[in-house]
Design a protein around this ligand. Structure first.
Ligand code: SF4
Length: 262
């Protein structure tokens, strides 16, 4: 059995999610806030994945922002088809306007951060620097008992760097769940390509920042321990729900309604 790398983050958020979702097969409940979060997530993710293509259309720094804004309309048309499974029956249409204006503000940030790089390196070199070797790269390992899909893999002179795109709230550094996920992807790349992957990045789209994750022994061990804890739950271990209840987490958790009944 292989554990999805995204489950490491879910477990880190709350182990009960693994039990409710993967053992009891319960569905999470949609809410306006979560629907808005989901819509924002797919749009930001698409924007991050299309960034190199958009930059390649610009002939000067000034052209970048209008090109990205123009693409936003196209993304809104495309996401129901690309993320059909993820969006499902979600009633996201009423949320489009609010999410759109949030993202327009973020495009301003993206433009400001790209501008100095383009000024210094020029468009072609910037493009080379930000264009991934692979996007949405599926990978698995029987040795590691892990599988997943890496948002972007950069290849810098043969050195592979996994990048995990995150579209949610940003902290000062890297959230622990994001750290585990990125380190797990690095370990999967090492296993597949038999070369060291000493670090990866988490790309926080709201602030347009890539923050490093070092694949230290400690983080690698936490990846393995978390994987084993998930396997224990799937193989019959029942996490104590009350032990993990936390006002902040439960308030935003999609399993809140069903969790209280377990
Ligand atoms: S409602 Fe709270 S305890 Fe239950 S799964 Fe969600 S975060 Fe965990």
């Amino acid at each position: 059995m292989k554990i999805r790398v995204s489950s490491l983050r879910d477990y880190n958020f709350c182990p009960c999610i693994i039990y409710l979702r993967d053992v009891l097969k319960l569905e999470s409940t949609p809410s306006t806030k979560r629907t808005r979060g989901l819509l924002g997530h797919v749009i930001r993710r698409e924007m991050a994945l299309r960034q190199p293509k958009l930059l390649s259309k610009a002939k000067s720094v000034e052209e970048i922002k209008p090109i990205i804004l123009n693409e936003l309309d196209k993304i809104l048309q495309d996401v129901p088809y690309i993320y059909r499974e993820m969006l499902g029956d979600t009633e996201y249409q009423p949320q489009i306007e609010a999410v759109y204006s949030e993202i327009v503000d973020e495009i301003g940030v993206m433009n400001e951060k790209l501008k100095p790089m383009v000024d210094e390196l020029g468009i072609d070199a910037t493009l080379k620097r930000i264009t991934p070797w692979k996007v949405e790269y599926s990978i698995k390992s029987a040795n590691l008992k892990l599988s997943g899909r890496i948002d972007k893999v950069m290849n810098e002179n043969g050195g592979l760097i996994p990048i995990e795109i995150k579209t949610g709230k940003v902290s000062e550094g890297v959230w622990e769940g994001d750290r585990l996920q990125t380190c797990a992807y690095a370990m999967l790349l090492e296993d597949k390509f038999d070369r060291d992957v000493p670090f990866g990045f988490v790309e926080y789209t709201r602030v347009h920042e890539k923050r490093p994750v070092m694949t230290t022994q400690q983080v690698r061990r936490r990846v393995i321990n978390t994987r084993d804890n998930i396997l224990d739950i799937i193989n019959g271990g029942i996490p104590e729900t009350h032990q993990y209840r936390s006002e902040n987490k439960c308030r935003v958790c999609g399993y809140r309604d069903v969790c209280c009944e377990v």
